[in-house]
Design a protein around this ligand. Structure first.
Ligand code: ATP
Length: 133
């Protein structure tokens, strides 16, 4: 089957894969060859694919997953491969978000801080997969 990961300004991935695992708003799910058509809203998280027996990981920050006729498409606001990720920047973003969430003052936008934390954790996960190669 084929997978395209597309953002507003870039094609992050466009190739044949044998397995796709991603994070929908209702939880993680996987798609193998022959899966029935599916459309799902994506959460902030990690999309993993198996290609020639090797695992590749990408951040996928929300958006939509569609699968039909052996063609999968992820349309997302932001996506990165492991080699795109600046680990120091992601660690600093994680610390900032954690500090905001720990403040627990009334003027904290909790949803925004939680989303920033989820993006940073997804980036660190993808960078870890990349570093294991
Ligand atoms: P930060 O607070 O570090 O800017 P963020 O989660 O607010 O992180 P986003 O709004 O998700 O950043 O992304 C803005 C742009 O910066 C996107 O193009 C994204 O790919 C890029 N980006 C964000 N963090 C990183 C990172 N750690 N490594 C590489 N690119 C990043």
């Amino acid at each position: 089957m084929h997978l395209k990961i597309i953002t507003h300004d870039k094609i992050i991935f466009d190739d044949e894969v044998s397995e796709i695992y991603t994070k929908g708003v209702d939880g993680e799910f996987g798609v193998l060859k022959g899966h029935i058509p599916i459309i799902s809203a994506l959460d902030i998280g990690v999309t993993k694919v198996i290609q020639n027996g090797e695992c590749k990981a990408f951040t996928t920050m929300g958006g939509v997953f569609q699968f039909k006729n052996e063609e999968a498409t992820i349309l997302t606001d932001t996506a990165e491969s492991g080699s795109d990720i600046d680990v120091t920047r992601a660690k600093l973003a994680k610390e900032r978000a954690e500090a905001r969430l720990a403040e627990k003052t009334a003027d904290i936008d909790i949803k925004r801080a939680e989303a920033a934390l989820a993006r940073a954790l997804a980036r660190l996960k993808v960078a870890m997969v990349q570093s294991q190669k």
